[in-house]
Structures are given as structure tokens and as C-alpha cells.
Design a protein around this ligand. Structure first.
Ligand SMILES: [Zn+2]
Length: 194
């Protein structure tokens, strides 16, 4: 069994924060968000947004999992992409994803977008809304299955669900959409597209 005291000490040393969510579930926040069960028999840890957990994870490895690109769990197949990628992209575009996840530039056109996964599928990332982003075809190719953004990353973990609304750049609702809203909501929430 891993020791919580050692976990806290190791985490502090590497600038990773640890929050106990009860029932032995510890959440480690570094560059990535990691869920860890140090007191369980299997000592499971998994990077949020990935397909599988790792067993027998000691305190040090759990902390490293919050700092380095994930390694896919061996017993889990690579996640399959949804078939209708174009529709997925279109829905994201409609929801306000207008900036490339990789270069941060604004797209000039929907046709420029490709489906990007924050945690690459080859690293165990899920093809799930929480792990999806849009990027230019070339940016997507250059990033490939790497996560260069982790190198100098500061701020909230890149795979935290809470981060996604920040990736969705504010698009003010068009006048047409606003007219469809009930009067009490018109003019409210201009910052978010929905
Ligand atoms: Zn780009």
C-alpha cells in the first residue's frame, strides 16, 4: 500500500497539488489531472481522459503521471474514433471552437479544422468530448502523438474538463439567435456561445 504521507511529500516537491475526494480517491493536479487510489490493493492511477488505469502505481510514479505525457495502459486498446468525424467537427465549430488548439490562431474557415485530441489516442486518450479539440491539418500533423505543450505548461491541467470552456473562445450570439431567447435572457451571457 502506498503511503499518503509520502504522496503528499513527493507531490509538494514537484509542485503537484493533491486533493482527497473521499473514499481513498486522491486527485493530483499538475500539468495533467490524475486520479489515484493509493490505499487500494491495486494502487490504481489513471490520467483523466484516458482509456485505462495503471496498477501498482507508487507515490513517485503517480506524481510523475501528473507531469509527463501519459503512457497508454498496455491492456487497453487504442480508442476508436467516431466514424462521422466531420459531424463531430461541425458540432464543435457550432459550439464555438474557433481557434487551433496547437497554434492558438483563429481559423478562417471551417474547412481548415481537423479533429485533435488533447491526449493523443496513442497515449491512451479517449475520443470523447472532454478530450477533443480542433486544429489545423498541419498543426495536427506536427504535433502528431506528442504533447509539446506540457513542456512549459503552467496553469490548469491540460486535460481538465474545467479548461475546455476556456478553449472555446467566446463568440457573441448573433442577433438572430438572441431574438429566439426569452426576453429575460436577451443580452445576458454575451461571453458564451450557448
Ligand atoms: Zn494551428
Amino acid at each position: 500500500m502506498a503511503s499518503v504521507a509520502k504522496l503528499l511529500k513527493t507531490a509538494e516537491k514537484y509542485g503537484v497539488t493533491v486533493v482527497h475526494h473521499g473514499n481513498g480517491h486522491y486527485q493530483l493536479t499538475g500539468k495533467l489531472l490524475v486520479n489515484y487510489y493509493p490505499e487500494s490493493k491495486k494502487q490504481t492511477a489513471y490520467v483523466a481522459g484516458t482509456t485505462g488505469g495503471h496498477h501498482g502505481v507508487d507515490e513517485f510514479r503517480a506524481v510523475m503521471m501528473a507531469l509527463k505525457p501519459p503512457v497508454k495502459a498496455l491492456d487497453k486498446p487504442k480508442a476508436k474514433r467516431k466514424n462521422n468525424v466531420r459531424l463531430v467537427r461541425w458540432k464543435m465549430w457550432q459550439a464555438g471552437f474557433r481557434h487551433c488548439y496547437v497554434c492558438k490562431q483563429q481559423f478562417s474557415d471551417f474547412e481548415e479544422t481537423t479533429l485533435e485530441h488533447v491526449i493523443p489516442l496513442d497515449k491512451g486518450g479517449l475520443d470523447h468530448p472532454n478530450n477533443r479539440a480542433l486544429s489545423h491539418a498541419l498543426c495536427n500533423q506536427l504535433r502528431a502523438n506528442n504533447m509539446p505543450e506540457l513542456e512549459h505548461h503552467e496553469g490548469p491541467p491540460v486535460n481538465s474538463v474545467a479548461l475546455l470552456p476556456m478553449l472555446v473562445q467566446a463568440v457573441p450570439p448573433s442577433k438572430m439567435v438572441e431574438k429566439l431567447l426569452p426576453p429575460e435572457l436577451q443580452g445576458v451571457n454575451k461571453e458564451t456561445p450557448w
